[in-house]
Structure formats: C-alpha cells, structure tokens
Design a protein around this ligand. Structure first.
Ligand code: ATP
Length: 579
C-alpha cells in the first residue's frame, strides 16, 4: 500500500514528514495529562491538596490541552496543504503522461474509465495524504506512548492491557486482505458507473432522437446495481472482521479489571495506580480501534492508487535519442503496415505527397483513410515500413516538434468551453487579438463572431453547442490558419452543409491550404476533383491512384464511387416524397 503511494507521489515523497512530526507531538501532549492525573491521584490519596497545588495542576492541564490543540491544528494544516500540493503535482504529471501516450491507449480504454481515475481515484489518494495517513499515525503513536507510561507505572497490569493486541492483529491483517481482494472489483464497478453516466450525458441528444431513453437508462441502471452489490459485498465482508478486531482488542480491558482487582485485593497494587490504568487504557484501545478502521479504509483507497499507477505504467511513445528536424515538408509512406491490436488495417501503403501539393484519400468507409492520416501525426507507430516528412522518419522527430508541423481539421471539430478567441488562439498560444481576428477573417467566421452577444469573448459552450456545425468547422479552420503549420490534414465533413455555409467553408479551406502540403480525407468526391493527386484506398491498400479524369476513365472503384454519389446527389422532395 505505502509503496503504491510512494510510487505515485514520486519525487514529492517526504513532504509529509513535518505533518507526521506534529502528529507525534500532538499525541505526546494528548498522553501527558495521564501522567499529571496519576500524580494528582497519588497526592490526593495521601491527603487534601492545597489551593496553590490545585491551581498549578489546572494551569498545567490547560497548558497541555493548548499544546495538543496547537500541534493538532498545525498537523492538519500541514497535511492538508502538503497533500494537496503533492496531488496537484500528481494530477499534472498524469495529464502530461496521458498526452504522451499513443492514441491506441485511448481507443482501448473507456473515456469514463480514464476520467474516473483522474477525478475520483486521485481524490481518494489525496484523502489518504490529507487525512487518513496522519490519523493512522496518531492512532498508533498514542497507544505506544500510553503503553510506555503504563509499563512504568505497573508492568504487570500493563501486560494485561497489552495482551489483547497480538490476539487482535491477525484479524486486522485478515480485514486488510479481504479489502485488497474486494476493493479492485468495487473500483471497477465505480468506474463503470462513471463511464455509463458520461455516455448517458454526452449522448442525451442522440438518445432522445432515437427514443432510446429507457434502453440506455437500463445500462446505467445495471451499472449502478452492480456498484451497489459490490459496495454491500465490501462492507459485508470487511466490517464484521473489523468489528471482531475491536472486540478482541477490548478483551484487554476485561483482563485489566480481573488482574487489577486481584492485585488490589492482595495489596500489591495501590488504588491510584489502578484508577489511572482504568483511565489510560481508554487512550490505548480507542485509538487502536480507530486505526484498524482507518487502515482498512486506506487499503481500499490504495486500490485507487493502483489504478493511477496503471496509467503511469503505460509506456509513452518513444522519443528519439538523436532527434532530427526536416527542412522540407513532403510526406512519404513507404510500405506502411499497421494493425490495431490484432486487426491489420493497412497492408503496404506507398505514396508521396510532394511539398505544397494537395492529395486526396478516398475510398469506402473503413478502408483505412483516417488511420493513414493519424500516422502522419504519429498518433500510433506503424507496425511495418515508415512514415517520413521531408525524408525524416516521424519516429526520429521530437513528438512536440512533429505535432507543431501538422494542423488537423477534424470532421467533427471540438470547441472548448472557453471564449471563441481562446478557442482560435489554441492554434498559437500567445497570439495577439489582431492575429486572432485576422485568422478568423481568413476563415470567414469574423462576421458571425461579431454578431455573437460578446463577440470574440462569447463562451463557445460545452463542446461548442451554441454554434452550428458549419460555424464550428470554420472556427477550427481559423485555429489551424493561426497555427500556420506547413502540413494540413483535412477530414472533410460527411454531412452536407447548406450552400452558403459550404461556399464559406470551401473558401476558408482554400486559405488554410494555400502554400501547404495537404492531405484531404474526402467523403464527397466532387470537392476534390481539382486535387493534385487522388489515392483510392480499399481494405488497407491503395487500389488506384491518379487525377480525377484519369481515375474516372479507368472504370474502377473510383468511377463506381463517383457514379454512386452522382446518382444519390442528395435527397430532395419529389411528388410529396423524399427521393
Ligand atoms: N481504434 C481502433 N481500434 C480497432 N480498430 C479500429 C480502430 N480505429 C479504426 N479501426 C478499424 O480500422 C479500419 C480502418 O478504419 P479507418 O477509420 O481508418 O477507416 P476510414 O476509411 O477512415 O473510415 P471512414 O471513412 O468511415 O471514416 C476499420 O475497419 C476500423 O473498424
């Protein structure tokens, strides 16, 4: 458990030591009144105390309580601020690590699962650092100090107090083992609920449109039922054992009463010592019981740590030892093979996009076009062959530098829940307002931005919900224009836009692609008739290539796709029906 926490917190370890020191001092101050009480009792048994004595005792007691309160506050403040600092660092490192992971990792893992680790699991580990850890330390130190004091007062009675500890410890170990076994399952159930909730909220429009409310909710409902069952199972299995641990521990008090009464009877124990044992033994058992419960809770939270550790254990994309940087920006695929897990999706792709030319990738759905485009930005590593930019293998380039060379405009652009200006500025952090406006003008979005309530300062809304599809596309093009990368990858929108939006979009793309090396994934063939070169991809291979007219003349797949699109053209209403 502690090794997991140490591994997660990494270089921040040791930051908690001051908080631990305050807790130790707090517990010494907590135990100290027992010594004073013993002296008071012993004195009272010899005769009545003077006013001066009573005053001294009162002052001393108040002083000890004040010291205890002081160290308690200092310990809490220290643990809180150090724990929060350590976990801020962990959150940042996690974010940084995730950014370096290949896209394959995100395809493999559920979004909700990852966000559960980033939010809930990190909070759980933070809880260990800010509260539980010091609580456990304090709950162990206080019994140790109390036991040492009792041993000094009367070792025979002290042994009676201590005898239940070795009897109870195996039960604590058992509860820890049970919790270790069960917590993983409960963590997974909690992550599944998180995933289903995220899915439900993100797709609420789709669910409503398809009248799937009941069906989708039943998935969420069954994930929640699983979580409930796992939670009950964790409690039902560990709580009785923790309870048993407390009961066995408390047996010590019974031994104390029996042996104490026996010794008192025999006249080998004085009453003051017996009384002090009765009082101090409370400071012995109660914290130990509390430590047992907190340790079991910590064990559960440590399984959250295991999940965080799992993310850190994922190997990031390798960085070259001797990075190279291209001086020209043509793109070359040389016998590229690629597989997602088991499935081979590219089988020997060979092509070259000369600098400043526009090449289109066309082909049926699932042919491998997006995968080819993703390999240029090294979202994944090829499983065979090489992808080169300006003759340099992308694996030999620093990933930051490679990403800076490529602007990608997605089919469904995402706008962050920030102002329009910040969304555009993402292309070039630190760009001036004038640069942002210039890019927006070039992308034909300045006019509609100006009409928004706060112009460029209007918040785009979660996922840019307040804007139309065409408007979001143009903002993402403005972002790419501002980035001004030498390579542009365009994943053309499949949905038809209205003619006005379409015309604006085409002009915006024209501005973006001017003077760049461009790779377009084309779904509507009429938009790429003028491409410098067209690659027709099918089942992970390039099956045809050439200019539009040549490809039509070949009468192959391109021709077939073209004829199909010409025939469908787009739906219209004819004779009161869609055709
Ligand atoms: N993350 C993934 N994991 C496993 N298989 C994947 C993954 N992404 C895509 N595939 C599979 O790889 C193949 C190629 O997919 P890709 O998205 O590259 O095709 P595409 O030509 O771009 O399709 P579309 O035009 O529909 O976007 C498909 O069979 C697809 O199912």
């Amino acid at each position: 458990m502690f090794s997991t926490i140490r591994l997660i917190t990494g270089r921040s370890r040791g930051l908690l030591s001051r908080a631990t020191l305050y807790t130790v001092l707090e517990m010494i101050a907590n135990a100290a009144p027992a010594g004073l009480l013993y002296a008071i009792l012993a004195s009272l048994f010899q005769g009545p105390a003077s006013l001066k004595q009573i005053l001294w005792w009162t002052v001393l007691l108040i002083g000890l309580f004040a010291v205890q309160a002081l160290f308690s506050s200092l310990g809490q403040i220290e643990a809180q601020s150090n724990g929060a600092t350590i976990m801020k660092d962990v959150r940042l490192r996690l974010g940084e690590h995730l950014r370096k992971l290949p896209m394959g990792y995100f395809a493999r893992r559920d979004q909700g699962d990852i966000s559960h680790t980033l939010l809930t699991n990190v909070d759980e580990v933070e809880m260990i650092l800010t509260h539980l850890f010091n609580h456990v330390i304090g709950s162990i130190i206080l019994p140790i100090v109390s036991a040492a004091f009792l041993l000094v007062v009367d070792w025979r009675l002290a042994l009676a107090v201590l005898v239940s500890v070795p009897l109870a410890l195996p039960l604590l170990y058992w509860s820890q083992t049970l919790m270790s076994r069960r917590s993983k399952q409960r963590q997974e159930a909690a992550a599944a609920v998180h995933s289903r909730l995220l899915e439900y909220v993100q797709t609420i429009r789709l669910i409503k449109a398809n009248n799937q409310t009941g069906q989708r909710f039943s998935r969420l409902d069954s994930a929640m039922a699983q979580l409930r069952d796992d939670s009950i199972r964790v409690e039902a299995m560990t709580s009785p054992v923790v309870m048993l641990f407390s009961i066995v521990l408390d047996l010590g008090f019974v031994f104390l009463l029996l042996i104490g009464s026996y010794l008192l009877e025999g006249g080998t124990l004085d009453t003051a010592a017996f009384l002090i044992f009765l009082v101090v033994s409370m400071k012995f058992y109660q914290p130990l019981r509390s430590a047992g419960a907190a340790l079991t809770q910590m064990r559960y939270m440590a399984s959250a740590g295991e999940r965080i550790r799992g993310i850190f254990a994922e190997p990031p994309l390798s960085e070259p030892e001797q990075p190279q940087f291209p001086v020209s920006f043509d793109i070359e695929f040389s016998d590229v093979r690629f597989r997602y897990e088991e499935k081979e999706v590219l089988r020997g792709i060979d092509f070259r996009v000369p600098e400043h030319k526009l090449i289109a990738l066309v082909g049926p759905s699932g042919a491998g076009k997006s995968t080819i485009a993703g390999l240029v930005s090294r979202f994944w590593d090829v499983t065979g062959g090489a992808v080169r930019i300006g003759g340099v293998d992308v694996r030999d380039m620093r990933s930051e530098e490679l990403l800076a060379l490529v602007s990608t405009v997605q089919q469904q652009p995402y706008l962050f829940n920030e102002t329009i200006a910040s969304n555009i500025r993402m292309g070039k952090p630190g760009a001036s307002h004038e640069e942002v406006v210039k890019a927006a003008k070039a992308a034909h979005c300045h006019a509609f931005i100006e009409q928004l309530p706060q112009g460029y300062d209007t918040v785009a809304g979660e996922g840019g919900a307040a804007l139309s599809g065409g408007e979001k596309q143009r903002i993402s093009i403005a972002r790419a224009i501002l980035k001004d990368a030498p390579i542009v990858i365009l994943d053309e929108a499949t949905a038809s836009l209205d003619p006005e939006n379409e015309a604006y979009l085409q002009r915006a793309i024209g501005k973006l692609a001017y003077d760049k090396t461009v790779l377009v994934i084309a779904h509507r063939l009429k938009t790429i008739r003028a491409a410098d070169w067209i690659l027709v991809v099918d089942e992970g291979r390039i099956v045809e290539e050439g200019k539009h007219e040549d490809l039509l003349g070949k009468g192959g797949l391109y021709n077939r796709l073209w004829q199909e699109q010409q025939r469908l053209g787009g739906w219209r209403i004819k004779g009161g029906r869609l055709s």
